[in-house]
Design a binder for this molecule. Structure first.
Ligand code: NAD
Length: 261
């Protein structure tokens, strides 16, 4: 797909980090961008900066997703591009554990597991179904394509660390469904790919202490630093523009393989 001002994109999680960088790069190529995010303050800021629109949405709520797509399509037209970046970490705790001092035995709180799956996995899937259904109303482009979808998983989908069962399950779900959805949508000329970021220096990570960030950076084989959001955006744009890339889950991680902790 050739990026042009005739195209519209929806970027979820576009108020911050990886999504904001992708929204900026799409806009720099003339694409009209709708930012879907919970965070209205930063979402409005990014949308104003790139001449796009902001739709406040919690991707865990189907009705809010439907309303956001309706608003975006009314304002800037039916999207041919969807980039799913909205997501949360957190909820870290062992599946079952014993307190060293008191001996108390704890089970992983299921409500955390459900919350993370709702946002990272079901939210991503709902945005894909909604967007793909809308794309089906559009004619093919000159290059024979109808649309392109990029999702964000994590290297945790493959190397989940201790305490990360919920996050890992949510991201492994995104990785696992990529080929299936690409096959579902192949006959309609819509491509689907997923990025598995390693450790990126975004607001999500900026909450970590500098010493923690420095230690994380030393674990990356090369280049020995955290990833920057623009590098994620670069791969997202490649996935959108390279017509032969389909059904792929691509790690973007400086060759890191996460240790158990
Ligand atoms: N930064 C990293 O190192 C890293 C590594 C692997 C994967 N990821 C994934 O990349 C994606 C983007 O992360 P980031 O680092 O840019 O984080 P970020 O916190 O900078 O951005 C995430 C954005 O998603 C939005 N969001 C969160 N929950 C939402 C919800 N329920 N509905 C709508 N919007 C919601 C937030 O408001 C925020 O603007 C996430 O899915 C994250 O899991 C990040």
């Amino acid at each position: 797909m050739k990026l042009a001002s005739s195209l519209t994109a929806v970027v979820t999680g576009g108020a911050s980090g990886l999504g904001a960088a992708t929204a900026r790069q799409l806009a720099a190529h003339g694409v009209k961008v709708a930012i879907f995010d919970l965070d209205a303050e930063h979402g409005e800021q990014v949308a104003a900066e790139i001449g796009g629109v902001f739709c406040q949405v919690n991707v865990a709520h189907a009705a809010e997703i439907d309303a956001a797509f309706a608003k975006s399509r009314a304002l800037i037209g039916q999207e041919r591009i969807l980039v799913n970046c909205a997501g949360v970490g957190g909820g870290a705790a062992k599946t079952a554990s014993r307190d060293r001092q008191s001996g108390e035995i704890r089970e992983y709180p299921l409500e955390n597991f459900e919350r993370i799956i709702q946002i990272n996995l079901i939210g991503t899937f709902r945005c894909i179904t909604k967007s793909a259904a809308g794309m089906l109303t559009l004619p093919l482009l000159e290059d024979g394509e109808r649309g392109a979808i990029v999702n964000t998983a994590s290297v945790a989908a493959e190397d989940g660390q201790i305490g990360q069962a919920a996050y890992t399950a949510s991201k492994a779900g995104v990785v696992g469904m990529t080929l299936t959805i690409a096959r579902d949508l192949a006959s309609e000329a819509i491509r689907v790919n997923t990025i598995l970021p390693g450790i990126f220096d975004t607001p999500l990570l900026q909450r970590a202490a500098p010493a923690v960030k420095a230690s994380l950076a030393t674990q990356v084989p090369f280049p020995k630093r955290l990833g920057v959001a623009e590098e994620f955006a670069q791969l997202a744009l490649t996935m959108i523009t390279c017509n032969y890339l389909n059904g792929e889950d691509v790690r973007l991680d400086g060759a890191i393989r996460m240790a158990p902790r």
